[in-house]
Design a protein. Structure first.
Length: 500
């Protein structure tokens, strides 16, 4: 028998959702100060209204839902999925008030894209938005890469029994330290350290390339945030192509490759275990799949004779594939070029790369290298089982921080996530085909949204059908949370309807 959620279940979910919304409201202080510095008074008003709205909703949730009951695993997962929807709605206020969106739904699309580190957007006239709004878009991408739950656990939520499930519900299950609160803080130590280093390097490159001092700093910071969070937002509509700089492309590439790595791997290397880089199953898996997808893309591009020479293939071909594989979405060309010039085989290579993605417990989406490694190793074990004597017990090991034997439940879990991604991607592709897009283009865009990558062939634009906008919003949400928290939220509301 399904148990209908009790009042205290709603109170627990509402209480912690309120804390998370307050956290997002406090983040608006950064673009608000930016607006004041640059005397963008319209933006200052927008973010003042947005921050007051977020704080009102957040504290309102906490006031109405006061309870002393402890959070359990179910509450943690439901809170994670529900809070992402709430902060997307509340946080869209300044976006909509800016006048750069046709509808509030379009503003919500941009918020969900930012928080999930996707990079697809429906904003109009990107080249002329305020510095405050540009700062906000990159802040939500940077914060979303670490995770809004990680923000709350770091600054707003003290130890609770369900905290780890909130953390897991956001697509992370690695403890860097014994306590999940300490783990959340360690993630921010890593991210903020890289922020200082990366921003300094990119600022210097921008200044040398001719941007003014202020723009160099702003663009350096924004490019780092987008690269590190594998987010794909850029301060200009031409994305990385705007800079016409091989150095910018190289630096951002290094940053988003590092950003796609597991935070636990970062922590291990920080603590002196540099051998982990070469032994880790995710790095091995990433290296193999990157080599295969890059090879396929370059082969296809050479057949079409679109690009010739090492540098064009590197800057236009390799950059796109690795941006897709890490779930970043930064690009050195536009979607129209890809459709007109690349051909279906090269686009398929990027689609496969996006589907695989980076590492678990990182800033990026996709199936992830860990699951690819587990599935590949399980196939090897099955082959061994067939060729070895019946009395032989065949099993495979993987190395991730430590060497461990692959268990059946890990294989089942990996296959379930793969199946969920495949169904979601095909659903989006079929919906795109219904709106007269080709299957290759529709699949590319669906995969890009669901894996929170952000590369586009041009389907995502302000005039796209409303149903596609809604589907992509839900796909970004489900893909970023890796389904478990979403399933828990659906089950929670199903229990409301059918439980006793």
């Amino acid at each position: 028998m399904i148990r209908r959620p009790r009042l205290y279940d709603w109170q627990i979910v509402g209480l912690y959702t309120g804390k998370i919304v307050v956290g997002v409201g406090l983040l608006m202080i950064i673009p608000l100060i930016t607006g004041i510095i640059f005397r963008e008074w319209s933006a200052v008003i927008d973010f003042t209204i947005g921050m007051l709205a977020a704080l009102t909703v957040g504290f309102g949730f906490q006031f109405v839902c006061q309870t002393d009951r402890e959070m359990n695993w179910m509450h943690g997962l439901v809170t994670t999925a529900f809070s992402w929807l709430v902060v997307t709605t509340v946080g869209a206020g300044p976006h909509y008030l800016s006048g750069h969106f046709n509808s509030f739904l379009d503003a919500m699309f941009d918020l969900m894209s930012g928080f999930t580190t996707t990079g697809l957007y429906l904003l109009q006239d990107l080249d002329h938005i305020s510095n405050a709004l540009n700062m906000w878009r990159h802040i939500i991408s940077y914060a979303g890469g670490q995770g809004i739950i990680v923000i709350a656990l770091t600054f707003l939520i003290r130890g609770t029994s369900g905290a780890f499930m909130m953390y897991v519900g956001e697509g992370k299950d690695e403890k860097l330290l014994p306590n999940v609160i300490q783990t959340a803080r360690a993630i921010w130590v890593v991210s903020l350290t890289y922020l200082v280093i990366g921003t300094t390097i990119l600022t210097a490159v921008n200044y040398i390339d001719g941007l003014g001092p202020v723009r160099s700093v702003l663009h350096g910071m924004w490019l780092f945030m987008s690269s590190w969070s594998t987010g794909g937002f850029a301060p200009q509509s031409m994305n990385v192509l705007f800079y016409h700089s091989t150095t910018i492309e190289l630096v951002t590439m290094v940053i988003f490759i590092i950003g796609s790595f597991n935070f636990a791997l970062h922590w291990a290397v920080w603590n002196g275990d540099r051998r982990e880089i070469y032994r880790n199953v995710e790095i091995v898996s990433f290296s193999i799949t990157l080599f295969l997808t890059v090879s396929l893309a370059i082969f296809a591009l050479m057949q079409t004779e679109v690009l010739s020479g090492i540098m064009p293939l590197f800057r236009k071909g390799f950059y796109q594939v690795i941006s897709g594989h890490t779930g970043t979405g930064l690009t050195t060309l536009n979607g129209g070029q890809m459709v007109r010039q690349w051909g279906p085989l090269a686009m398929l290579a990027i689609t496969i790369a996006m589907t695989i993605g980076g590492s678990v417990a990182s800033t990026c989406g996709g199936i992830k290298g860990m699951r690819m490694g587990i599935i590949a190793k399980s196939f090897i074990a099955e082959i061994r089982h067939f060729v070895m004597p019946e009395s032989t017990v065949a099993f495979e090991r993987i190395h991730h921080l430590k060497t461990r034997v692959i268990e059946d439940k890990q294989v089942r879990s990996a296959m379930m996530v793969v199946l969920a991604f495949v169904v979601m991607h095909l659903g989006g592709a079929m919906l795109g085909v219904l709106y007269d897009y080709s299957f290759v283009q529709a699949l590319f865009e669906s995969v890009s949204a669901g894996t929170t990558t952000g590369l586009s062939v041009g389907i995502t634009n302000p005039s796209m059908p409303i149903l596609l906008k809604v589907y992509y919003i839900l796909a970004m949400w489900a893909g970023r949370l890796e389904f478990m928290a979403v399933f828990a939220l659906v089950g929670f509301f199903a229990a409301v309807a059918k439980g006793r």
